[in-house]
Design a binder for this molecule. Structure first.
Ligand SMILES: NC(=O)C1=CN([C@@H]2O[C@H](COP(=O)(O)OP(=O)(O)OC[C@H]3O[C@@H](n4cnc5c(N)ncnc54)[C@H](O)[C@@H]3O)[C@@H](O)[C@H]2O)C=CC1
Ligand SMILES: O=C(O)[C@@H]1CCC=N1
Length: 270
């Protein structure tokens, strides 16, 4: 079985460990590194997965999954560079960081795959996009796709699209949570108890998402089916349009794409 070390077990690192365990992987085939001993103890207690240091991770693992913040990458690369063997597969989940950053800092020939996952990984419903670096062979990409395929859906994209993917599906769950939060507030405004409003909105979100995913029908058609002539929905849609919500979403996602690109540029050398 492939041994996987998650380097940096924060929110997405934990989601990956948890998702892989739920998908049937043995805790013995997983390990993680963390900066803080309390976090190590917490995760080991929760999942039965061992914490190790970077040298032990490099020695034992077939796949190193880098899940630190882009701003924390340099000290980790300093630790990895003298230790990584060129046949170890390095998978980066970091927003913005190009595969060529890893290729430049790690031993010549190290295969690197850049992945943008999202947190629904924790329930096996991730959307992950993968791009191979210069030394990533088809079998490396196949291995990464198999790993991520066990915790959700996977698509392959050119690396030039990864900043846009990050803005769409990497950050995407946050936009939906934000909308749900705002809609529950609307329920409160209308006098519905918070718990009831949450039930109404969350089940509507689940129903709408399932129709979108499984029905093969365009979102415009689905929305039109809800929007009766001179009815209630069109009154709400008019307000959304009047407040520029569509334009706000487009610009918000563009801003996220720009930030991803900026995070990558921070590590460029001439
Ligand atoms: N949170 C999300 O929804 C997503 C995050 N990502 C990417 O995943 C990466 C991690 O993001 P989060 O999990 O949200 O951040 P986080 O801050 O929750 O987790 C990062 C973890 O790395 C640890 N860490 C930092 N330097 C370390 C080192 N040298 N050795 C060991 N551990 C170290 C920190 O203590 C922290 O627990 C980022 O690069 C982000 O762009 C990608 C997709 C989705
Ligand atoms: O907000 C972030 O930077 C990370 C990357 C995608 C989702 N969360």
């Amino acid at each position: 079985m492939t041994t996987i070390a998650v380097l940096g077990a924060g929110k997405i690192g934990e989601a990956l460990l948890s998702g892989l365990l739920k998908a049937g992987r043995s805790p013995d085939d997983l390990m993680f590194t963390e900066r803080y001993p309390e976090r190590c103890a917490e995760l080991t207690k929760r999942y039965g997965v061992r914490s190790v240091d970077v040298p032990a991770a490099v020695k034992a693992a077939d796949v190193l999954v880098v899940a630190v913040k882009p701003q924390d990458i340099e000290p980790l690369l300093d630790e990895l560079a003298p230790r990584v063997e060129p046949d170890t597969l390095v998978v980066s989940l970091c927003a913005g960081l190009p595969t060529k950053l890893f290729e430049r800092r790690l031993p010549e020939g190290t295969p690197v795959v850049r992945v943008m996952p999202n947190t629904p990984m924790v329930i096996g419903e991730a959307m992950s996009a993968v791009s191979g670096g210069r030394h990533a062979e088809p079998h490396h990409l196949a291995l990464v796709e198999e790993l991520l395929g066990s915790v959700g859906r996977v698509v392959r994209v050119p690396e030039s699209q990864q900043d846009a993917v990050t803005a769409l599906s990497g950050s995407g769950p946050a936009y939906f949570f934000y909308l749900v939060e705002a809609m529950i507030d609307a329920g409160i405004l209308l006098g519905i108890p918070r718990a009831v409003a949450a039930d109404l909105i969350i089940q509507s979100a689940v129903g709408a998402a399932t129709m979108l995913r499984d029905g093969g029908v365009h979102p415009v058609t689905l929305r039109e089916a809800v929007t009766s002539p001179a009815g209630t929905t069109i009154m709400a849609i008019r307000e959304l349009e009047r407040h520029g919500v569509r334009a706000a979403l487009i610009e918000a996602i563009e801003a996220a794409r720009d930030r991803s690109a900026e995070l990558g540029r921070a590590h460029e050398v001439d």
